[in-house]
Design a protein around this ligand. Structure first.
Ligand SMILES: C[S@@+](CC[C@H](N)C(=O)[O-])C[C@H]1O[C@@H](n2cnc3c(N)ncnc32)[C@H](O)[C@@H]1O
Length: 279
């Protein structure tokens, strides 16, 4: 694993998500939305509650939390990427939501009121952090006693995605993921490992649920556009420009082989939700 100072890593992640902010979760491929729905259901925000969504991106979780807590509640979203925050704040205004607040902020150092939030969520973002246990420790102090934290991570990949690994391996840029989220021995490798992060952070009653999610594309071209619209963009951009078209064509040829009879490409992933509470 490449050693990179935290501030360099943080700046690179912010630049990456600024770059994809407009297309992120906006290409007609349901993925972050269905996960957010399950996560919000799991943390059970009550009407009038105060909720914090960390690494809120384009608001997949944030807007569902806002609906759940209603106008008497309050929802705060923070994200490292200024453009993500700007477009999501614009959408909150367009939706007429006056109880949704957005701020550019590093999840490792949240400068927010302690003991204030009934619910803290972080969907598909924990593995971007240089020290997930330290982040969870900081988030614990933001919760009210017995408040709930809920995170989503990958529980398992469709094995077919591994058919592409050798294409990207020579270029894989470890600086975006301080730990490999797919390492079976790493902090996101098993349910128990993620629960252990919660315990290390002083959280209790840690528990896991998982569900399968079908990720469906109209065709390989949509698969390619989608992989360029979120964190996987880093894989493409790590490839020197002169070689990028060649790697893309090789990947598309393999994805072509995944087509179903209908012509669509459908892959199935396991999504893990991990919940815990402040004592
Ligand atoms: C894969 S996206 C998930 C966004 C959203 N939670 C969703 O489910 O669609 C990861 C998000 O985490 C944000 N992020 C990554 N590192 C962060 C950090 N240190 N502090 C705050 N946000 C961060 C990124 O900018 C990006 O918007």
């Amino acid at each position: 694993m490449v050693e990179v100072p935290d501030e360099v890593h943080t700046a690179r992640v912010a630049d990456l998500f600024d770059l994809v902010a407009d297309s992120y979760d906006n290409l007609g491929v349901p993925f972050f939305g269905p996960i957010a729905e399950r996560l919000v259901d799991a943390v059970e925000p009550q009407p009038g509650a105060r909720a914090l969504d960390i690494g809120c991106g384009r608001g997949a979780v944030l807007f569902r939390l806002a609906e759940a807590v209603g106008s008497s509640g309050e929802v705060t979203g923070i994200d490292l990427a200024p453009r993500m925050v700007a477009v999501t704040a614009h959408e909150a205004r367009a939706r007429g939501l006056t109880n949704v607040h957005l701020q550019v902020m590093d999840a490792m150092r949240p400068s927010l009121p302690c003991g204030h939030y009934d619910v803290v969520t972080a969907s598909f973002m924990l593995f971007f952090l240089p020290d997930p246990a330290a982040a969870l420790t900081a988030w614990r102090s933001l919760l009210v006693p017995h408040g709930t934290v809920g995170v989503s991570t990958f529980g398992g990949w469709d094995p077919r995605w591994e058919e592409l690994d050798d294409l990207f391996a020579p270029y894989r840029d470890a600086r975006f993921f301080p730990v490999d989220p797919r390492d079976p021995d790493g902090p996101f490798g098993t349910d128990a490992a993620v629960e252990s992060l919660m315990r290390t952070a002083g959280l209790v009653h840690e528990r896991t649920t998982a569900f399968d999610l079908d990720l469906a594309f109209d065709d390989p071209g949509q698969w390619y556009s989608w992989t360029r619209s979120h964190g996987q963009r880093m894989l493409w951009d790590s490839i020197p420009e002169a070689e990028r078209d060649q790697v893309r064509d090789a990947a598309l040829e393999r994805v072509e082989g995944w087509r179903e009879g209908s012509g669509r490409v459908v892959t199935r992933h396991k999504i893990r939700l991990t919940l815990a509470e402040r004592p």
